[in-house]
Design a protein around this ligand. Structure first.
Ligand code: ADP
Ligand code: MG
Length: 742
């Protein structure tokens, strides 16, 4: 009688243990707790979900003697000697000699001087890269390098997990602490209903956590991941559905006038006919706006399908209804472009408008804020600047969020709080199939635009090795002489390969979510650094050497809003003919006379990003030419780029795009409840998203309050993962951040 009872108590303790502070884990001293804090780990749960960033599969490791020259392999051995060299004033290289009992391997790492301090003779390391043979030695240049702390004895299995670590807390220590946390929570209850686990043959949570942290094979990792991904998604879906149910009971909204005079005049002023899909989207949006319920509508369409003009109809309907509308864009360039392209049409329709961005001069800003508050301006275009507290729009009945995936949930919600219960129209070029969109934006209505307007000539895309980039320059010169314009896109602004790009996102191009590099299975966003074209230097070079007869200009994220606006204006008006830019031009920029785009170091970009970029050319009557230049010799990188040559379809590109998955453009950290999604990758895990959606629906139908005994653990878990109060806090945090950024 006693034993089972003790067991229940233990299970409860183990389950509750998950949400204890991390200091309860044996081995977590105050110093280690503070180091864990830097990694975002505060609770036992955080530690259990501090997943390895990659794995070293020792079953795939070659000996130095056996490693074929020219092949990509992983070698493990002992450090024999480390030398720091400075062949040129600004160039450092660390030379590491590795021995493994079969031979000697010389590893050269450029621009990583810290390696010389980190590595010591006798350390065991694994390196992954291409084997070369020079001056009598097998060599590797800039390989992946991992210190095998704690050794790789057979006891630990053939797969070495590499957890994200800090200077103060090594991966070996983290491995140990995760192990203690797993022991502490052994016996924890599984929140997944047994029926679902059985249906999909999923291991228990405890087994899955054990296997993802301490796998014996890569198969272990895959099985564990399957289970944990499903769990993350089911929790999210249940949460989203409960939330939607709660908000559907909210207050009344404006029933807009959708057949008013201004909208009619706007239609007359349009210089082109809407495509059938655009008309249908307009109809669907106006239909929603006419209802006295708050609209939540998503307009999905690839770049260049003409979403802006569709949104403009909604803006006019708000004006006809005697209320105000806000249209927010993620960049200043884009906000100004909205105003520039729609402004004249709105003027013709008798709709008043203003633009408010971070760089609007103080006095002008004051006047705009006053007009917005007084209700004397119908439409306010802008950036995050619209979110500031003193921007009040009491008569706001519509907010439009362009490129919605660029904004955080809190920002989108902050915009919607500008009015009493405004209709929300979100637009995105992220290609999400309808079933997936339903799962992700479950409570929204959707419109799709799949075809571009006819007058668009389209693009051809070519991948060029760096040695052949002259061909891209020749084609550009020809286009310039014919009166056209060109973009040259570079991954970085300044010089350093370590620098972040201007979105502040992790280094581009290292986007593979999980790929094999020799025997190292990489889950993180690291790749060997190389020389990258820097926009500033490239602009100078192109002006002097390649296009001396044409004006070359520069646009990058480090310029002020005003400077960016000026550079865009000069290019739009044809004053400058070549625009060298970083990815600031990625989103929505529209200059129909631009017909050529060269992307330098194209392998550094995600495919979805490249697709967005190339949508900038071929927008007018002349067809566009896109050159993706890459110095990469990695077959995988080139194969990935080749997808761009084969298809112009954003959906097809997305299928191949790993960056999209990593950045989580759809559900990543910008989306609702994303902190609970650590492993999910909505493209790769599309089928799981859809299954979890259907399962959550069925669950809530059967048991709306999740009160049945089989569902209680699940209900508890959802509440723990998505505490409602956090969102408001986050909202305040983000808004004030947006404020200081100005
Ligand atoms: P996106 O969907 O990427 O935001 P835009 O709204 O910027 O695309 O539109 C791309 C270009 O297509 C713009 O120059 C716009 O004026 C033009 N355009 C939009 N709809 C039509 C149409 N029906 N016929 C012709 N051109 C159109
Ligand atoms: Mg757009």
């Amino acid at each position: 009688m006693r034993a089972p009872r003790e067991k229940t108590v233990d299970r409860l303790a183990a389950t509750l243990g998950v949400d204890e502070p991390v200091t309860r884990v044996p081995g977590v001293s105050p110093a280690r707790a503070s180091a864990l804090g830097k990694l975002g780990v505060a609770t036992v749960r955080d530690l259990l979900t501090h997943f390895p960033r990659r794995y070293i599969d020792m079953s795939q490791v070659a000996t130095i003697a056996g490693a074929p020259v020219g092949a990509m392999v992983t070698v493990s051995g002992a450090v024999h000697e480390v030398k720091l060299k400075k062949p040129r004033p600004r160039l450092t290289l660390t030379e590491v000699t590795v021995i493994d009992g079969t031979g000697t391997l010389v590893v050269t790492c450029f621009r990583q001087p810290w390696l010389a301090e980190r590595l010591h003779a006798g350390d065991r390391i694994a390196v992954s890269g291409k084997v070369e043979f020079n001056y009598g030695f097998k060599r590797m240049t800039n390989p992946f390098l991992e210190v095998l702390e704690g050794g790789t004895s057979c006891a630990e299995g053939l797969v070495v997990p590499v957890h994200p670590a800090t200077e103060k807390l090594s991966t070996a220590w983290i491995r140990r602490l995760v192990g203690s946390a797993l022991d502490m929570c052994a016996g924890m209850l599984d929140p997944l209903p047994i029926e679902l686990r059985a249906r999909y043959r999923l291991p228990s949570r405890q087994d899955a956590l054990r296997c993802i942290h301490e796998p014996h094979s890569m198969d272990d990792v895959r099985r564990a991941r399957r289970r944990l991904v499903y769990e993350e998604l089911l929790m999210l879906e249940v949460h989203l559905m409960e939330r939607a149910r709660a908000s559907s009971r909210t207050q009344d909204a404006t029933a807009h006038t959708v057949d008013g005079r201004r909208l009619a005049r706007f239609r007359e002023a349009l210089p082109f006919e809407l495509t059938a899909e655009q008309s249908q989207a307009v109809g669907e949006i106006l239909g929603q706006m006419a209802l006295p319920r708050p609209m939540s509508h998503m307009l999905l369409g690839d770049v260049g399908t003409g979403k802006t003009v569709v949104a403009a109809h909604a803006l006019c309907a708000a004006s006809d209804s005697g209320t105000q509308a806000l249209m927010m864009a993620p960049t200043e360039v884009l906000a100004r472009q909205h105003a520039a392209s729609l402004g004249p049409l709105l003027d013709a329709a008798g709709v008043t408008w203003e633009v408010l961005t971070g760089s609007t001069p103080a006095r002008e800003r004051e006047a705009i804020v006053e007009r917005a508050a007084a209700g004397t301006v119908d439409v306010l275009f802008g950036t995050h600047a619209l979110l500031e507290d003193d921007v009040t729009v009491p008569h706001c009945s519509l907010v439009v969020i362009d490129e919605q995936q660029r904004f955080g949930v809190a920002q989108r919600e902050a915009l919607a709080r500008k009015g009493p219960a405004p209709d929300v129209l979100s637009m995105t070029a992220t290609p999400i199939p309808r079933t997936l969109a339903l799962a992700v934006y479950g409570s929204s209505t959707l419109s799709y635009i799949t075809a571009r307007p006819k007058n668009r000539a389209g693009n051809t895309t070519r991948v060029l090795d760096r040695s052949r980039q002259g061909e891209a320059y020749d084609a550009t010169l020809e286009a310039l002489r014919a009166g056209r314009q060109a973009y040259v896109v570079c991954p970085l602004v300044g010089q350093s390969a370590q620098e972040k790009d201007d979105k502040g996102s992790p280094r581009p191009g290292a986007e593979e979510d999980a790929y094999e590099y020799g025997g190292i299975v990489i889950e993180g966003d690291e790749a060997p650094a190389e020389d990258l074209k820097a926009a500033t230097a490239q602009a100078r070079f192109l002006q002097a050497k390649v296009f001396p007869d044409f004006t070359v200009d520069l646009l990058h994220g480090k310029m002020s809003g005003e400077e960016k606006g000026e550079a865009m204006r000069r290019f739009r008006e044809g004053e400058t003919r070549v625009l060298v830019a970083t990815t600031v031009i990625e989103v929505g920029v529209d200059v129909p006379n631009a017909t050529v785009m060269i992307v330098e170091d194209a392998d550094r970009f995600g495919l979805a990003q490249l697709h967005q970029l190339r949508g900038r050319v071929g927008r007018g009557e002349h067809s566009g030419q896109v050159f993706l230049v890459s110095g990469s010799k990695a077959p995988a990188a080139l194969e990935r780029l080749a997808v761009m040559e084969r298809t112009e379809d954003g959906f097809a590109v997305a299928e191949h795009d790993l960056a999209l998955r990593r950045e989580g453009d759809i559900l990543g950290n910008r989306q609702h409840g994303a902190s609970a999604l650590k492993l999910v990758n909505v493209v790769r895990d599309k089928a799981v998203v859809e299954a979890a959606h259907a399962d959550a629906l069925a669950l809530l139908e059967e048991d709306p309050q999740l009160q049945m005994p089989a569902h209680r653990a699940l209900a508890r878990e959802v509440r723990l993962l998505f505490p409602e109060r956090d969102e408001a806090d986050e909202g305040r945090g983000r808004a004030s951040k947006a404020r200081t950024r100005r």
